[in-house]
Design a protein around this ligand. Structure first.
Ligand SMILES: C[S@@+](CC[C@H](N)C(=O)[O-])C[C@H]1O[C@@H](n2cnc3c(N)ncnc32)[C@H](O)[C@@H]1O
Length: 337
């Protein structure tokens, strides 16, 4: 992580925030989609988006400096390979993440000082946060699109690292609109799966299962994991769930999960593992970024191995092994104690 020139390194860190709104605004205006068919003049793009021509040209030049488009001269710009990832509907698209970061997280991070002083999230967090989001369909769609964008590449890494073929029925707890479950079912034709999440996601999950061709083996069950987790699955996975919550709530989720499992059942927690000692390695960078984002925007936290073990013990579970994946996420496999 650390560059050779300490001053350039520190200046890069100090000013890092400028790229988030640049990419977010360009995504919201649909500039990456507008360039899909080939080079365009910035004047045309300004007319099409109703934006100020001079300001739009400056935005395009900023995107070119970031490697997301190429400045061809004479006011013309073309999309780069990296910029393609910000198109809607492109395979591997991260447009949802761009909108979520620029719309919600960027604003929340500006309130970090308050969270550091109080230890509490700045925005509406926890259960109230998810309920609040459910009342705003646009926010909710953006959040879950962002989750799917982040999860699709991780699903590949999870499949490479973990053998799901020994199960016939699995559940993804808090599985959002089904990105992880669909990837697992596509890789294992003998498997059936359930996504359990808040009831408002039912339609989006069903649409996703149909689009991925797994709707005959995938079901969506709506409910709250604070009340009850349905039984019947041999393995219950939960990706980026425990990190959303402080210990008390996390133990309730894990306890309800244990109650839903048979004696031979397994819990597969998929989360980042915080290092005991923070270093400037790349994986620690992503984990600390997530931890600070959780602190200010969601009220959760990233945990060390020891902290996970304590949570499992409090919920009547025992950590059996930790399986690293090629992504920043690890699989913590736990069984009823
Ligand atoms: C950070 S997202 C993770 C989504 C997905 N597992 C992934 O990694 O892409 C947290 C998920 O927990 C769900 N969730 C929040 N509260 C819940 C509750 N009380 N019961 C069930 N699901 C809940 C949210 O709707 C959301 O899909």
């Amino acid at each position: 992580m650390t560059q050779t020139d300490p001053r350039a390194h520190v200046m890069g860190l100090i000013t890092a925030c400028w790229t988030t709104p640049v990419i977010g605004v360009a995504s919201r205006l649909g500039l990456f989609d507008a360039l899909a068919a080939g080079p365009r003049a910035d004047a045309d793009l300004a007319a099409e988006t109703g934006s100020h021509p001079g300001a739009l040209r400056r935005l395009m030049r900023a995107l070119a400096v970031l490697g997301l488009c190429r400045d061809l001269g004479n006011g013309k710009f073309e999309l780069t390979e990296a910029g393609r990832l910000l198109r809607a509907g492109e395979s591997g698209s991260v447009r949802g993440a761009a909108l979520h970061w620029s719309d919600r997280l960027w604003g929340a991070l500006s309130q970090l000082e308050q969270s550091v002083m109080t230890g509490k999230a700045w925005s509406i967090s926890g259960q109230a946060g998810f309920e609040h989001m459910a009342r705003d369909p646009e926010q909710m769609a953006m959040f879950h699109q962002s989750m799917a964008d982040l999860t699709r590449p991780v699903a590949r890494a999870v499949l490479d690292a973990y053998d799901f073929s020994r199960f016939s029925r699995v559940m993804d707890l808090g599985g959002s609109t089904g990105a992880l479950m669909a990837a697992i079912l596509k890789a294992h034709p003998g498997l059936t799966g359930q996504v359990f999440d808040l009831p408002d996601l039912a339609d989006a999950a069903k649409t996703y299962f149909e689009a991925e061709g797994v709707s005959d083996r995938a079901a969506f069950v709506g409910g709250s994991f604070f009340e009850e987790v349905p039984s019947g699955a041999q393995a219950i996975m939960m990706k980026m769930i425990i990190h959303d919550w402080l210990d008390e709530e996390a133990v309730i989720i894990l306890s309800n999960t244990r109650k839903a499992l048979g004696r031979d059942g397994l819990v597969l927690v998929m989360d980042r593992i915080a290092p005991e000692i923070a270093t400037d390695e790349r994986s620690a960078y992503a984990t600390m970024r997530a931890d600070i984002t959780m602190l200010v925007a969601a009220g959760g936290k990233e945990r060390t191995r020891a902290e996970f073990e304590a949570l499992f013990a409090a919920a009547g579970l025992k950590l059996q092994r930790i399986i690293p994946t090629a992504s920043e996420f690890a699989i913590l496999e736990a069984a009823p104690a």
